[in-house]
Design a protein. Structure first.
Length: 281
C-alpha cells in the first residue's frame, strides 16, 4: 500500500512554506543559542501559553527553534502565546551534559520572570515538545524529581502540570540501545555524559512518577522514532501512577507532527487548546 501524503511528508515540504515571524526574541544567556522566541497574539492578554521545545536529535546542526515556527504561528493565530526556546545542542560548545539541560531549564524559568510583562497566563500553560524536544519537555516537568546532588537540580523549577510530547524520546536508555532510531545511539553518550548512572537525572523513566499530565502524540509510520518508544513509555508511566495518554495517528510520519494542516497537527492543536481550556478557533 503506498504511503499517505502525511506519512511521506519531508522536511522541505514543511520548511519551504512561507515562514511566519515571531514577535520578539529574548536572551537568557550570552550564547547566540540561549534565546527564546515569543509569539504573542495581537489581542490584549493575559494569554494562555505554550512552552515549546524543538527537536533535532539534541543537535543544533540538525535543527533549532525555527523548525517550530509554523506551528508557533498557527497557535498564535488561535489566540495562544508561544514561548519557543532554543538551547545549545551536544554539538555546540557548552552543550551536552550538563549544558543542554541547564539551558532548557534556564529558558523555562525565564518564562516565569517575563510572564507579567508580556501578558502570559501561567495558570493556563502546557509544554509541547517534538522529537528530542519531547524528551526535554517531559524532563522540564520532571525537574522537581531530580535526585539530590544532581548538577541539574535547581531549588525552584517552573512547575509544569501538562506536557504534550510529539514523537518524543522519553527513555534515553531505550534510545541508546536501539540503532533503528533516526537519531542513532552515539548522541546519547554525548547528551548524558560519561559518568556513573548517566540516566538517573536525564532520562524520564527513572524520575517517574513526575506528577504531570502527559499526552503523547505519535505517528504510526514514524521512521525516526519507532512507535514502541511511545507504547513502552506509556506502560511504564501508567504503572508508576502518572496520568498518561497516547494518541496514535495512522498513516503519519515524523515531519507531519509539526506541520499545520496534517491530521497529526490538527489533533495536537485541539489537544493543546483543550489543555488550555480554550475551544478550537
Amino acid at each position: 500500500m503506498p504511503a499517505s501524503t502525511d506519512a511521506a511528508l519531508t522536511w522541505p515540504d514543511l520548511t519551504d512554506r512561507p515562514r511566519p515571524a515571531a514577535d520578539a526574541t529574548i536572551a537568557y544567556g550570552p550564547d547566540s543559542l540561549q534565546v527564546i522566541d515569543l509569539w504573542r497574539p495581537a489581542a490584549d492578554g493575559p494569554h494562555p501559553v505554550v512552552l515549546m521545545v524543538h527537536g533535532g536529535c539534541w543537535q543544533t546542526e540538525i535543527a533549532d527553534r525555527r523548525l517550530m515556527d509554523w506551528i508557533a504561528g498557527d497557535l498564535r493565530d488561535a489566540g495562544v502565546a508561544v514561548w519557543n526556546i532554543d538551547y545549545r545542542g551536544v554539538d555546540r560548545s557548552g552543550g551536552g551534559y550538563p549544558g543542554t539541560f541547564r539551558d532548557v531549564a534556564a529558558a523555562a524559568d525565564r518564562l516565569r520572570d517575563e510572564a507579567g510583562a508580556h501578558g502570559l497566563d501561567l495558570d493556563r500553560m502546557v509544554a509541547v515538545g517534538h522529537s528530542a524536544g519531547g524528551h526535554l519537555a517531559l524532563w522540564l516537568a520532571a525537574r522537581h524529581r531530580l535526585p539530590a546532588g544532581s548538577p541539574l537540580a535547581s531549588p525552584d523549577p517552573l512547575p509544569i502540570a501538562q506536557v504534550i510530547s510529539l514523537g518524543g524520546l522519553p527513555d534515553l536508555s531505550a534510545v541508546a540501545a536501539s540503532p533503528d532510531n533516526g537519531c542513532g545511539t552515539d548522541v546519547i553518550a554525548q547528551l548524558v555524559g560519561n559518568r556513573p548512572h548517566p540516566f538517573a537525572d536525564t532520562s524520564i523513566p527513572p524520575l517517574l512518577p513526575i506528577g504531570a499530565r502527559q499526552i503523547l502524540v505519535n505517528g504510526r509510520e514514524d521512521a525516526i522514532v519507532p512507535y514502541r518508544f511511545a507504547t513502552d513509555y506509556v506502560a511504564r508511566a501508567q504503572a508508576a501512577g502518572d496520568p498518561v495518554e497516547l494518541h496514535t495517528i495512522p498513516d503519519t510520519g515524523h515531519v507531519a507532527l509539526i506541520a499545520p494542516g496534517t491530521a497529526a497537527w490538527t489533533t495536537t492543536r485541539a489537544l493543546v487548546l483543550a489543555a488550555l481550556a480554550k475551544e478550537p478557533a
